[in-house]
Write a new protein. Structure first.
Length: 208
């Protein structure tokens, strides 16, 4: 059986897409856990003062969830593509075009989801409201209280949220290279497999 076109290139690209999709997944789960811990810490810290806090991170969480979903899909589909490298049908022209189309879709989806995540991380922060004895506490007072606890509510100053604004871009990058490699390999299938079949049939090029 002929080796799949661009085998080494696709092996590296699919493996890196899988790796960064998996890393993005772990970063996302870590962000959820640490975000909840941070919220609990702030609420407990101001509770003795009689202040009730409401902390909202929807401006980054909602687009991050969408990005996380496509990181998971990238990770899973990369496994399928890696298996296809070692299966002859997985390197047919139709299969390679399908792989390229899926990776292209994931590239566009990750780009569309990660732009608002990165924008939120760059320019926004946790929305904080507080009440004491039924009256709203001024935002400046709440920010000063958070600062006294060593917490800056701006996302780019919260390391675990900052990382999620960066890491999924690597999944995007290698989904893009995987799409390009798949389409490039599809363009080479005809010549590669036609010549192999010709050799198997004992056909030789007629010399003038």
């Amino acid at each position: 059986m002929a080796r799949a076109p661009l085998f080494a290139v696709r092996l590296a690209s699919y493996a890196l897409a899988f790796a960064w999709g998996a890393i993005s997944l772990s970063i996302g789960l870590n962000t959820v856990i640490k975000q909840n811990r941070l919220k609990s810490f702030l609420r407990r810290s101001v509770a003795p003062l009689g202040i009730t806090l409401r902390l909202v991170t929807n401006n980054v969480v909602h687009p991050a969830i969408a990005s996380e979903v496509f990181c998971v899909i990238t990770c899973l589909f990369s496994i399928v593509a890696l298996i296809g490298l070692f299966v002859q049908r997985g390197s047919s022209k139709q299969a390679l075009k399908a792989q390229g189309a899926v990776f292209a879709f994931l590239t566009v989806a990750l780009f569309a989801c990660q732009i608002p995540v990165s924008n939120a991380v760059r320019s926004k922060g946790v929305e904080i409201w507080g009440w004491k004895d039924g009256e709203e506490v001024p935002a400046a007072t709440l920010l000063a209280a958070a600062a006294s606890l060593g917490v800056n509510p701006i996302y780019k100053h919260i390391d675990f949220i900052l990382w999620f604004g960066i890491i999924p871009w690597f999944a995007f990058l290698f989904a893009l290279t995987s799409a390009i490699a798949s389409f490039a390999a599809a363009g080479k299938v005809k010549d590669t497999y036609t010549s192999e079949k010709a050799r198997e049939a004992g056909l030789t090029e007629v010399q003038p």
